[in-house]
Design a protein around this ligand. Structure first.
Ligand code: DI6
Ligand code: FE
Length: 434
């Protein structure tokens, strides 16, 4: 087992070095340039519409977008800049995976097999398996090993054009181990071309040492640890698992109050397995997003619409749990709630390291249109992370872009197992052909 971990570590670090050279190269060379004759999906249309510019051009300098419009209208100032002719390929913002638990130890293949034999996810969790088994594996790893076992999953996302990943804690469940998870998550951005947003999710599961004392766990670990992690500068947002196998609405509210006192935004795993009225709670705290939402009520939708809370849909968990109750998508649409789509990468309910496959699932399982799905992994995912300068191709935005060898955005996720990405740009640097 240990040799196995060492081998994974070796392999991942080997690849890490290549990326490190790439990133230092990026920092050294910031020549302005123009991408021309692309089909530009600005994602700047009304309500997340793709806002396509046929034969469009984008001027980029210092990691930002300086100009976007029709190639024929390229201002004289940019005419002399190096120009990439893209022959009508589709240019989109880099993809954003706005809900993951991608830093974790171990796997749950055995549990997968048990579920195939009829065991339920809740039953396994109540019997001490599930999340807690991942907690044991994650606690046992130091920073280096935890990073090494997480990198292959992260690299799989990057290879599909992901430029921003949200990573949650939640498998440490002690102050030190939760902080370790976020420290490792943040370190990913030092060795890979990706923006990382970290989320404090100590209120994910009750560790056995606090059995029967959930309120004390909330105080000692979720709240005290949050203050400590925040003081270390490791927290971008705060989340909780508000569920009958997780934490109550009152406990969630106490965590949210502590987050607000620190000026941190909140989000919530809400209405995944039952209706706990969590979406309304997160909306009440002016939260960024409510995530999962299979059991979302009409009043929850109303509260989210009123506050502009993003609905983050996670079809990988729906699929893995063989859920049959769909999130109320038509009602979310009708209420004008922005919809994001994410992998929920985690070892139990969504062992899924492909955002492109997730996009396909969002269409096939949830019947989102290809335009809605593209908005879900760009502009709306950025909103779910509170990132105002990400997820669109517009003046002043970060120049994180993807070039796809497709005529139609529907073709990005239509063929299962195909990756039509042909180029990535990160912080205004061309990372080259894939
Ligand atoms: N909801 C989920 O689907 C994951 N966490 C959560 O709050 C499951 C996490 C796991 O089973 O390890
Ligand atoms: Fe999750």
């Amino acid at each position: 087992m240990e040799t196995n971990i060492a081998r994974v570590a070796q392999r991942s670090y080997g690849r890490g070095l290549n990326f490190m050279q790439e990133t230092s190269l990026m920092a050294a060379n910031a020549t302005p340039f123009v991408i021309a004759h692309a089909r530009v999906a600005t994602m700047d249309g009304a309500q997340g519409a793709s806002g396509i510019i046929e034969d469009g051009a984008v001027a980029i300098a210092d990691g930002r977008i300086l100009w976007v419009g029709a190639s024929a209208d390229l201002p004289a100032d940019y005419q002399q800049w190096p120009r990439e002719h893209e022959e009508g390929r589709l240019l989109t913002p880099a993809l954003i995976d706005c809900h993951t638990h991608i830093v974790h130890g171990g796997d749950r293949a055995r549990e997968f097999a048990m579920r195939l034999e009829g065991a339920s996810y809740e039953g396994i969790a109540r019997a001490g398996g599930g999340i807690i088994s991942t907690v044991k594996a994650t606690r046992a790893m130091d920073d280096d090993v935890l990073l090494a076992v997480s990198l292959p999953r992260i690299d799989a996302l990057l290879a599909e054009g992901v430029g921003t990943i949200e990573i949650k804690s939640g498998y440490g469940l002690t102050v030190a181990d939760e902080i370790k998870m976020l420290r490792v998550a943040r370190h990913v951005a030092d060795i890979r071309p990706v923006h990382i947003r970290t989320t404090w999710l100590a209120a994910h599961a009750l560790p056995p040492e606090y059995a029967g004392e959930a309120d004390r766990y909330i105080d000692d670990v979720c709240i005290a640890g949050l203050r400590e992690a925040h003081a270390l500068g490791l927290v971008d947002a705060v989340d909780a698992f508000c569920e009958n196998i997780g934490f109550t609405r009152d406990q969630t509210q106490r965590v949210f109050e502590a987050a607000h006192a620190l000026g941190l935004p909140v989000k919530l795993h809400a209405e995944q397995l039952s209706d706990m009225d969590g979406a309304a709670l997160v909306a009440q705290f002016d939260g960024l997003s409510a995530d999962h939402l299979e059991y979302l009520s009409d009043s929850g939708i109303k509260a989210m619409a009123a506050q502009g809370t993003v609905a983050v849909l996670l079809p990988g968990a729906f699929y893995t749990l063989r859920e049959t109750k769909l999130p109320p998508i038509d009602k979310l649409r009708a209420a004008g709630v922005p919809i994001a789509v994410s992998t929920d990468n985690n070892p139990g309910t969504s062992p899924l390291s492909s955002l492109i496959l997730t996009m396909n699932m969002a269409s096939t399982l949830f019947r989102l249109t290809p335009d809605e799905v593209l908005a879900g992994v760009t502009v709306h995912a950025a909103k779910a992370l509170g990132m105002a300068d990400n997820g669109r191709i517009a003046l002043g935005m970060r120049a994180d872009l993807c070039l796809w060898d497709v005529d139609d955005s529907a073709a990005i996720a239509y063929q299962l197992g195909q990756n039509r990405l042909c180029k990535r740009y990160f912080n205004g640097q061309d990372l080259g052909h894939i």
